[in-house]
Design a protein around this ligand. Structure first.
Ligand code: SDX
Length: 387
């Protein structure tokens, strides 16, 4: 009605929450952020403008965008205590464990100067989160490489700054516009996705009134799993395990074997039973990055494209509605840029931080109750303790 969706009460009785942020139609492969289709945002917008849209509900004008970008830049430095926390972990630690601890640590750093009830304080928290996620991501990368941290550079755009903090002080630090644009699109395509497992975790955790950084850390924990955000790392490991185009058929048959829990990573989705609109944009970005880097003949890309072709034509996958999802091509881009596979989900978390925050902010900015998921009890009826 009047350009907005309304649902009958029956639907609401099963829905976990009401939101105006993102709409997904899994059957039609539609993804809208505040009404704007994801492919149009990927083509015309950038990550920080999309962050503003997700948080505020409207695209910013030039002045609003400039102020937002500056506020994020001004809040991109990480406290020394968090740097020490990161350095205290073994270099072999998984970067998602380090990131989760570091973001939870922000609740210790910013524990008394923001009031959840005040909109301006919630804006400050948003600037700190969006500003520091790429800095923390780069710090986890530098830590596992045993290299010194590179400070945020306010002269650079968001994605350029991330790449410079990651590869700075090395040959790869000459950030090319194509790589920076691809990195920005990776952040943008991961920004939000309605009530996925990690966002629902942030909402449920935040519904107790806890510190927002603590709620976001719970979201990071959930995203880590291979069934969710950990899939991009699992896709690359799977492509490397397949090893050559000749081996694909064996793996496709394995994926059909009911007795074998093997699943083709990067395929299937809880909601999209048609194509994932983000995968189409990600595939285009992969082609651009690999051709700029002269890697059109990258063997992993060849395996990925052949696997996708087979899966899209194979009767089993068509019947099961298994299409490439957002994670299928993102790993190929990140590997081409030089990011190690164990960092892929950290990049996903960096992009998704704004979505987690936007949903938390939407919830706490109006009257809310603590979440209490229901269960279907299938245990014993009442019985007495034996005499
Ligand atoms: C993300 O929710 C979100 O929005 C998440 C996300 C986001 O932006 O936040 O989009 C990000 O998490 C994308 C998904 C990344 N995960 C993967 O790529 C891992 C591989 N895919 C899966 O494990 C699986 O497809 C899920 C977890 C994504 C969905 O699992 P479901 O809900 O169990 O799939 P389903 O019920 O629709 O499965 C239907 C059938 C089943 O077979 P039957 O029991 O009917 O015989 O398809 C089979 C499944 O076994 N199947 C697969 C498969 N995925 C499902 N078979 C082989 N390979 C696969 N990848």
């Amino acid at each position: 009605k009047n350009g907005f969706f309304t649902y009958d009460p029956g639907f609401m009785s099963t829905a976990s929450c009401e939101s105006k942020i993102t709409f997904i139609d899994g059957g039609k492969g539609i993804l809208l952020h505040r009404g704007y289709p994801i492919d149009q945002l990927a083509e015309h917008s950038d990550y920080l403008e999309t962050c503003y849209l997700l948080l505020k509900g409207e695209l910013p004008n030039a002045e609003q965008k400039q102020q937002f970008v500056q506020a994020v830049k001004d809040n991109s430095a990480v406290a020394p205590s968090i740097a020490k926390l990161i350095q205290s972990f073994p270099k072999e630690a998984h970067p998602m464990a380090v990131l989760c601890s570091a973001v939870a640590g922000l609740a210790a750093v910013y524990n008394d100067d923001t009031d959840i009830a005040k909109a301006e304080d919630r804006d400050t928290t948003a600037y700190r989160l969006i500003g520091q996620m790429p800095t923390l991501a780069a710090m986890t990368f530098k830590h596992l490489k045993g290299e010194d941290f590179v400070e945020p550079n306010k002269a650079l755009d968001y994605a350029e700054n991330y790449l410079n903090m990651t590869f700075g002080n090395s040959a790869a630090s000459k950030v090319s516009p194509t790589l920076a644009k691809a990195m920005d699109r990776i952040f943008l395509l991961h920004a939000d996705h309605e009530q996925n497992a990690s966002t629902s975790t942030v909402r449920l955790s935040g519904s107790s009134g806890t510190n927002p950084f603590a709620a976001i850390a719970a979201g990071i924990s959930t995203l880590w799993g291979p069934a969710h955000g950990g899939a991009n790392e699992a896709v690359l490991n799977m492509l490397e395990e397949i090893g050559s185009v000749e081996n694909i058929d064996t793996y496709v048959e394995k994926a059909k074997d009911k007795a074998d829990p093997f699943r083709l990573m990067g395929f299937g989705h809880r909601v999209y039973k048609n194509f994932d609109p983000r995968a189409k944009v990600m595939k285009q970005a992969a082609d651009e990055v690999l051709s700029e880097l002269g890697l059109e003949n990258d063997p992993l890309l060849a395996i990925a494209k052949k696997l996708e072709k087979i899966a899209l034509e194979d009767e089993y996958f068509i019947q099961k509605k298994l299409y490439p999802n957002v994670d299928f091509y993102s790993g190929i881009i990140m590997k081409a840029i030089g990011i190690p596979t164990e960092m892929f989900t950290v990049i996903f978390a960096t992009g998704r931080a704004v979505g987690w925050y936007a949903h938390w902010d939407e919830m706490v900015s109006q009257p809310y109750k603590i979440g209490r998921p229901r269960q279907r009890y299938t245990g014993y009826a009442k019985r007495d303790y034996p005499e």
